[in-house]
Design a protein around this ligand. Structure first.
Ligand code: HEM
Length: 132
């Protein structure tokens, strides 16, 4: 059973694990036809922000807020059309990355992934189109 004494950040293995996850995640995003069109910014900057945000999301150091201010993730995602389909693709890329680095089958990893499922659904700001 997962101890409540440590943050999820510590339990998953800290920054080293986050860095591995980010490296495993973004190549999948760029290979995904649904997601690729959204990610036109500088890949290094996008990865860097994620490397700073996820530790804070898991109760670790607030690196992201120290540099960029309040997370406000819902509003930061508003410029991008995030449909339920895209949220599903984003989560699938994450799942693949979790599996690749051996995080998916651990209790702390599952707790982390479940939090991402919740936040991904909050990020949805557009409907799927009916014609496909
Ligand atoms: C639901 C599906 C999601 C999609 C399609 C999506 C897409 C995007 C896009 C297009 C950007 C901007 C990239 C750029 O700067 O060019 C972005 C930024 C970001 N996303 Fe997501 N995202 C999703 C969910 C999430 C979730 C669940 C989290 C965290 C738990 C997250 C964390 C971030 C962070 C930290 C940034 C950088 C924000 C900034 O500009 O400072 N995203 N996302």
């Amino acid at each position: 059973m997962r101890s409540n004494l440590n943050t999820l950040y510590v339990e998953i293995g800290g920054q080293e694990t986050i860095d591995k996850l980010v490296d495993a995640f973004y190549p999948r995003v760029y290979e995904d036809e649904e997601l690729r069109p959204l990610f036109e910014g500088d890949i290094e900057e996008i990865k860097n922000k994620q490397r700073m945000f996820l530790p804070q999301f898991l109760g670790g150091p607030a690196l992201y807020s120290q540099e960029f201010g309040p997370p406000a993730m819902k509003s930061r995602h508003l410029p991008f059309e995030i449909t339920p389909k895209r949220a599903e693709c984003w989560l699938n890329c994450m799942k693949g990355a979790f599996v690749e680095i051996g995080l998916y089958d651990t209790p702390a990893g599952m707790a982390f992934y479940n939090r991402l499922i919740q936040v991904a659904s909050i990020m949805v700001n557009s409907s799927d189109t009916t014609e496909e």
